[in-house]
Design a protein around this ligand. Structure first.
Ligand SMILES: [Fe+2]
Length: 241
């Protein structure tokens, strides 16, 4: 079985459609989202509908969480908070309820999915380093776990008590090792590569491969501007930050 793992779609339907076309060509049969389906970009409803139609398993991201409710947005920087308020206004009660009902973690056959961290998923911590990955890897019950949140693809691995990390293109998973893998971001990559990122996990071959896909960035930027969303959200798509 080939799984397409979609991180941080962030309401970018142009990027999502390009990724889904690529995943289909690659033989993906099931779809998993690491959360933050909404926020920043201009098509939250369309992205939620597209993933729901695919039967994609989704966990809750911080943008999903705050777009679903009416909580104080002090947690966010002003640009992100503006986008959350805009997103809240696009979502009717049914869509907000769907976001509110998303689980914080999900376990499939031999892997787990979470948005930010396994040790405190509701605190929305960022994992950039092996030290920050350690609490999650120690709690991880499956050999493999996918996460998002930083929008930067990276693979953490633990053998015994040793933890390392590296960028990856294709990883062959080794028996007895644990892997905590950031699938990158479909809708707002921040690793200076503006192409949409996603992962294919092949559970037969035990491989995890990172895919990068070109998409129509000017179209996504034009929608952001037409919606009155922050200009920075448009500019960052072209730069990949
Ligand atoms: Fe995100």
């Amino acid at each position: 079985m080939k799984y397409a793992v979609l991180g941080d779609v962030h309401a970018n339907i142009e990027a999502l459609e390009a990724v889904l076309a690529d995943a289909s060509r690659c033989g993906a049969e099931r779809y998993i989202s690491t959360g933050d389906v909404v926020g920043y970009n201009a098509n939250p409803v369309e992205c939620m509908d597209r993933l729901a139609a695919l039967g994609a398993g989704t966990v809750q991201g911080n943008h999903d969480h705050y777009a679903a409710g009416n909580q104080n947005l002090d947690y966010f920087n002003p640009v992100a908070a503006d986008a959350i308020r805009w997103t809240q206004n696009q979502l009717n009660a049914e869509y907000r309820q769907r976001l509110a009902a998303l689980p914080m973690t999900q376990q499939a056959a031999d892997f787990t999915v979470v948005h930010s961290s396994l040790d405190a998923p509701e605190e929305w911590k960022y994992i950039f380093s092996p030290e920050e990955a350690a609490p999650s890897l120690l709690l991880q019950q499956t050999p493999l776990c996918f996460l998002g949140h930083t929008h930067r693809p990276v693979a953490f691995r633990m053998q015994g008590e040793r933890i390392g990390c590296n960028p990856y293109e294709t990883l062959k998973l080794k028996p007895g090792w644990k892997y905590l893998i950031n699938a990158g971001s479909v809708g707002q990559p921040r690793d200076r590569d503006p192409r949409a990122a996603y992962v294919i996990y092949d559970d037969q071959k035990q491989t995890v491969s990172l895919h990068r896909v070109e998409y129509d960035i000017p179209a996504a930027q034009a929608k952001i501007r037409a919606a009155g969303l922050p200009e920075m959200d448009a500019l960052r798509l072209a730069a990949g930050y």
